[in-house]
Design a protein around this ligand. Structure first.
Ligand code: PHE
Length: 338
């Protein structure tokens, strides 16, 4: 019996358990239900008393050696498999999720509100010609917006420029459609401005256009009130202030009532409680005529708003440059918005 224990001791010390299968086979061989340790313990019972003193500690040592071997080998093999990256049974890690850009969140929401009112989405090119950005919209030849100071021209060509507003899409759509038309037109626009917390050379607008028989200023006002209440809340109030755009007559700027409760309210509304959100008006008869629509038969309204401005109001963002810096600490805060 002594010789058997010594032989097994030597085997346990020398055996190499490189794979999980080898560990399991070893475990069954020694400590399984019909394993070698069971046999030894059974045999030990019949050993004469004086031999037990010598063999008892040897058996214990063997048992510990076997258990130690199994423990060491199973830990070692796990580490090895994980390090090689080939453990197909390992639970998958989470896949990092992106977030929607706040400008996209707001654009989608605004467009959705108008789609619910029956407006269809239209888009146009960012590189435009003079006709679609200015002339077709009743801009006089000497209008300052045509100046190099305000407009980016492409390759010094006076007839190739980056659109300064999405109103160019109005002209394109009037060209290709017959009234009635009810369109919502999101897009990117460009102006030659110094970049600051409040201005950028590239930003986004959403343009609206509705042309049909008998469209009135009351329709414009009610459409915009409905929009403001969907977007800013059911109790929202708006006001219209007279304004000027070459392509609308009469023209107005729309303010929403923001409130005057906090210091921030006072600051962003300049003490008035009102915030400007968009420009609008009745499509100028000259524009209809120039684009092949009879102003004696049809009338329409148009409006345009800046997505950055509205996004800044919605999320209380103080610096417009944050939208374009791709800082994940900023963008990650819009998780869950859609
Ligand atoms: N295009 C104007 C701007 O960029 C906004 C506007 C659109 C005004 C449509 C009236 C009608 O400021």
């Amino acid at each position: 019996m002594k010789a058997r224990i010594e032989e097994m001791m030597a085997h346990v010390a020398a055996v190499e358990l490189a794979t999980p299968d080898a560990v399991e086979a070893f475990r069954i061989e020694y400590v399984g239900r019909k394993g070698k340790m069971k046999d030894l313990m059974a045999a030990f019972k019949d050993v004469p008393g004086e031999d037990k003193r010598e063999l008892g500690p040897m058996l214990n040592a063997l048992k510990q050696a076997v258990e130690g071997k199994i423990k060491e080998a199973s830990q070692g093999s796990k580490v090895q498999v994980q390090a090689s990256g080939n453990d197909a049974t390992r639970p998958a890690g989470g896949i990092p999720k992106g977030t929607h850009h706040p400008l996209q969140v707001v654009r989608r929401e605004i467009v959705g509100i108008f789609q619910n009112m029956g407006f269809a989405v239209a888009e146009g090119p960012e590189i435009e010609d003079d006709w679609h950005v200015f002339s077709g919209l009743n801009f006089p030849p000497e209008h300052p917006a045509r100046d190099m100071q305000d407009t980016f021209f492409v390759a010094r060509n006076p007839d190739l420029l980056l659109r300064t507003h999405t109103s160019s899409v109005q002209v394109r759509e009037m060209e290709r459609r017959e009234p009635p038309m009810r369109l919502i037109m999101p897009g990117r626009v460009f102006r030659n401005e110094a970049i600051s917390a409040r201005a950028h050379c590239m930003f986004h607008q959403i343009e609206g256009l509705y042309i049909d028989k008998g469209v009135s200023f009351a329709d414009l006002k009610q459409t915009l009130l409905h929009f403001a209440r969907c977007f800013f809340g059911a109790e929202t109030r708006i006001r219209l202030r007279p304004s000027y755009f070459p392509f609308t007559e009469p023209s107005a700027e729309v303010d929403v009532y923001w409130g005057l409760e906090t210091e921030v309210d006072k600051r962003i509304t300049k003490g008035t409680g009102w915030l400007e959100i968009l420009g609008c008006g009745m499509v100028d008869p000259n524009v209809l005529r120039d684009n092949g629509i009879d102003p004696e038969v049809y009338s329409g309204f148009a409006f345009g708003m800046g997505i950055e401005r509205i996004t800044m109001l919605r999320y209380q963002i103080g610096d417009l440059r944050l939208f374009f810096e791709n800082d994940l600490r900023f963008l990650g805060q819009f998780e869950g918005e859609r």
